[in-house]
Design a binder for this molecule. Structure first.
Ligand code: S3P
Length: 473
């Protein structure tokens, strides 16, 4: 089994996505099936389970997402003495290695990096950084966690503040609330903490810290966002309680299994499904083995409620406490009405699909509203602004409000040059809309789809796209 050497290479190819769209995506056979990669969130969590006390010396993830965001964790794991191997989409982590030191990324204000603790860089992945900080704060392993320039601007106090309340010693080495952060000592005081935001990464980081430390906690949260961590830990045998607005852990035992199967990613399934709906290609599109966790299905649910022919078949229990099944999309957007998202729980079920939903809404009659979306300002980009700017480049009418997007449907849309802002969700949404527009669209910097969906172009080709990737350097 080869050791994963290429994981330290840049994960974002400098490339544009060039899409030659038609007024109608060519019709495909009556029933077409496409597969999408493993779920990014479940992959992150399962990978980090290798750091939980008592984890097996060899942990295997089958069907892992191997995009840049998940790869971003691997050098950090090696920095902690774990060895990583890949074979297709099977990822194995072994505990028998010696720590491989990572080079320190220079920082304009930090000159005195702490001596003798591992330096762990997590690229641009906020999930990698936040969940890793949680695991370190639970296991008591001291380390510096850092990220690339984008990640250094994203908030960490959503997670660090409650960890400090639970007794962890975590210090910011540069700006308050921002990476790099030094985790010095673990959580040690049981009790209740209140999260300021609905971010699942924040809640998961605190929960992983508590479970790693076997510390009883109650984590009160404003919104029930994706619950993969809770499901995974419960499947491992940890006793969690779920009440309105809170998750509790009693400090009890659990067992990490040697193999975790990762279901396909519903956020990635959204792109071929949107291509089907926007393309009016007729027929039926099936995406099998997808994670059907209800905290992730908002894109499909909101459109289904608005009249789209979307459903789930072959549903069955999967690994890590998740339900899996086939997403089925039939027909297009005829008869579908404007969409409305105006509660935080629904927003969190489609938080990564907002750029795509906004573009679909531009094709619907009337005015759509995607609200309660303040947290989108803290993604890889300020996604309210970048979604509106990308959509406007097509001619769509998208207004940015403090907490959401208002989309006035029916404006004529045209192919052209559109910005991708080096944000994978923006670039993939743009390329998907472009499939249905006559003429050539160039999504600048669209190669960033590799962050979460390395075979995006191949999958979209299978649903009728004429899409190529053109290197820019
Ligand atoms: C994720 C949670 C979401 C999501 C991100 C992955 C996770 O972020 O946008 O792509 O794996 O927990 P927030 O928790 O910050 O909302």
């Amino acid at each position: 089994m080869p050791e994963v050497q290429d994981f330290d290479q840049p994960t974002t190819l400098s490339a544009d996505l060039v899409v030659d769209g038609g007024a109608r995506t060519p019709g495909h056979p009556a029933a077409l099936t496409v597969e999408v990669p493993g779920d990014k969130s479940v992959s992150h969590r399962a990978l980090l389970a290798a750091l939980l006390p008592g984890a097996p010396s060899r942990l295997t993830l089958r069907g892992a997402n191997l995009g840049g965001a998940v790869r971003a964790l691997l050098p950090a794991l090696r920095g902690l003495g774990l060895r990583t191997h890949t074979d297709g989409d099977t990822l194995t982590v072994e505990r028998d290695g010696a720590p491989v030191p990572q080079p320190v990324r220079p920082h304009p204000t930090v000159t005195d990096w702490p001596e003798g603790v591992p330096y762990l860089e997590t690229g641009g992945s906020s999930a990698a950084a936040r969940l890793l900080i949680g695991l370190l704060a639970g296991t008591g392993r001291s380390a510096v966690v850092d990220g690339d320039e984008t990640l250094r601007h994203r908030p960490m106090d959503w997670l660090v503040t409650p960890l400090v309340q639970l007794g962890a010693d975590i210090r910011y080495l540069a700006e308050p609330g921002r990476l790099p952060a030094l985790v010095r000592t673990p959580v040690r005081r049981p009790g209740a903490v209140d999260l300021a935001v609905g971010s699942a990464q924040a809640r998961s980081g605190v929960l992983l810290a508590a479970v790693a430390a076997r510390l009883a906690v109650e984590i009160r949260h404003p919104v029930r966002s994706r619950d993969h961590t809770e499901r995974m830990l419960s499947a491992f045998g940890a006793r969690l309680t779920e009440g309105p607005g809170a998750v509790g852990y009693d400090g009890g035992a659990y067992t990490v299994p040697p193999v975790v199967d990762i279901p396909a990613d519903p956020s990635l399934a959204a792109y071929p499904v949107a291509a089907q709906l926007l393309g009016h290609g007729g027929g039926e599109l099936r995406v099998p083995d997808v994670c059907l966790n209800p905290t992730r299905l908002g894109f499909f649910e909101v459109l289904r409620r608005a009249g789209a022919d979307l459903g789930y078949e072959d549903t069955r229990p999967g690994s890590s406490g998740e339900t899996v099944g086939t997403i089925v999309a039939r027909g297009g957007l005829d008869g579908v009405t404007a969409v409305r998202v105006d509660d935080p729980a629904t927003l969190h079920t489609l938080i990564d699909e907002v750029p795509l939903l906004a573009l679909v809404a531009a094709r619907l009659p009337g005015t759509s509203w995607i609200g309660c979306a303040e947290e989108l300002r803290f993604k890889e980009t300020d996604r309210l602004t970048t979604t509106a700017r990308m959509a406007s480049a097509f001619g769509a009418r998208v207004e940015v409000a403090d907490d959401g997007l208002r989309v006035t449907g029916g404006a004529p849309l045209a192919a052209g040059e559109v910005p991708g802002f080096e944000d994978h969700r923006i670039a993939m949404a743009a390329a998907t809309l472009a499939m249905s527009l006559p003429g050539r669209t160039t999504v600048l910097g669209g190669g960033c789809h590799r962050t979460s969906f390395p075979d995006f172009a191949e999958v979209q080709r299978a649903v009728g796209a004429d899409i190529t990737e053109v290197a820019t350097v």
